[in-house]
Design a protein around this ligand. Structure first.
Ligand SMILES: Cc1cc2nc3c(=O)[nH]c(=O)nc-3n(C[C@H](O)[C@H](O)[C@H](O)COP(=O)(O)OP(=O)(O)OC[C@H]3O[C@@H](n4cnc5c(N)ncnc54)[C@H](O)[C@@H]3O)c2cc1C
Length: 286
């Protein structure tokens, strides 16, 4: 196996594009190395992207934040302005694993590992984040919800790398939140994850919303009917009831040792209500 650690994106893209056998980007390695150790994958080329400056920084851009795809969860948490603007995204990334894992794990890796249960992905989708992808044909910006197309399947082309995520400028009176449910208190995979971002008008009525669910289908879902249940309401009980129903209706889960289909569907509605309540409280003070 060949290991390369380029210092520029162009070099990384060229290495991946020219590779003959299986080639993988190496970010934190918290998924990749586990999969290699268990012989799930056997790449012939590893391209370590942690030495590429663009992937390792957080910058403010157009009132929002550009987060390098190889920034770790621990680094996100140490950025007070990002944390204040997008607490749901930062909290979601910091649910990943333990303190040790958070020192390594990245949002690029969380998305590109292709797990429907990845914690940071519904939060990024709810935030309307865009992934900036660099490849042999140049750069393109893609909404995060369009990257993962199925378990372990991405819409990235050969040679493409996610360089960064752009979180838009947070609108006034907006709040975001991410909640997940796991069978134990820590270090487990989500049975359901729910990210919500909403905006209130001057009278406290919800004027915009995005609701995303993880672990309830083959890919993370952006659930437009769940957002529609909130828009135009003050998140009163009838609106919460509609949100709960829309979230449950969107689920197409599997049965596994963490929960049955019926259980996941029920939890999706409950988590959506709870995440909406937290996002509402944050929007009221923003
Ligand atoms: C003990 C433990 C606990 C965990 N707990 C959780 C949890 O609670 N929630 C959760 O969601 N996950 C969890 N995980 C999984 C893992 O930590 C996360 O998915 C993490 O975010 C992966 O990031 P990474 O940087 O380590 O990715 P890597 O392992 O480096 O890469 C993962 C995959 O993405 C590809 N990739 C990485 N970066 C890019 C990029 N920029 N462009 C294109 N492709 C890329 C790699 O080639 C690889 O296929 C856990 C893992 C462990 C070992």
């Amino acid at each position: 196996m060949r290991y390369e650690a380029p210092s520029s994106l162009d070099q990384a893209v060229a290495l991946l594009a020219e590779a003959q056998g299986e080639a993988r980007v190496l970010a934190g390695g918290t998924d990749l190395l586990v999969q290699m150790r268990t012989d799930l994958i056997e790449p012939q080329l590893l391209v370590d992207v942690k030495g590429i400056a663009e992937l390792r920084r957080i910058t403010e851009e157009d009132g929002g934040f550009r987060i390098g795809a190889a920034v770790s969860g621990a680094e996100l948490k140490e950025h007070p302005r990002l944390k204040a603007a997008w607490p749901g995204v930062v909290e979601a990334a910091n649910l990943i694993g333990s303190t040790q894992i958070q020192g390594r794990a990245t949002m690029g890796g969380n998305l590109c590992n292709g797990s429907p249960a990845a914690d940071s992905v519904p939060a990024l989708i709810a935030a309307a984040a865009k992934a900036s992808i660099v490849g042999p044909r140049g750069r393109r910006d893609v909404p995060v919800e369009d990257i993962m197309v199925g378990p372990r399947k991405l819409s990235l082309l050969k040679g493409e790398i996610i360089a960064s995520f752009l979180l838009p400028a947070k609108r006034a009176r907006s709040g975001d939140a991410y909640l997940r449910f796991i069978p134990r208190t820590e270090m487990d995979i989500a049975v359901v994850g729910c990210g919500i971002c909403l905006t209130l008008d001057a009278k406290g009525t919800c004027s915009a919303a995005r609701v995303a669910l993880g672990a309830v289908a083959a890919r993370p879902l952006l659930v437009a009917p769940a957002a529609a249940a909130l828009i135009g309401s003050k998140l009163d009980e009838p609106a919460m009831h509609k949100l709960d129903a829309a979230a449950r209706a969107a689920c197409q889960p599997i049965d596994d040792k963490r929960g049955t289909k019926e259980y996941r569907i029920k939890v999706a509605g409950v988590l959506a209500r709870r995440a909406a309540q937290i996002a509402l409280e944050r929007a009221r003070v923003n």
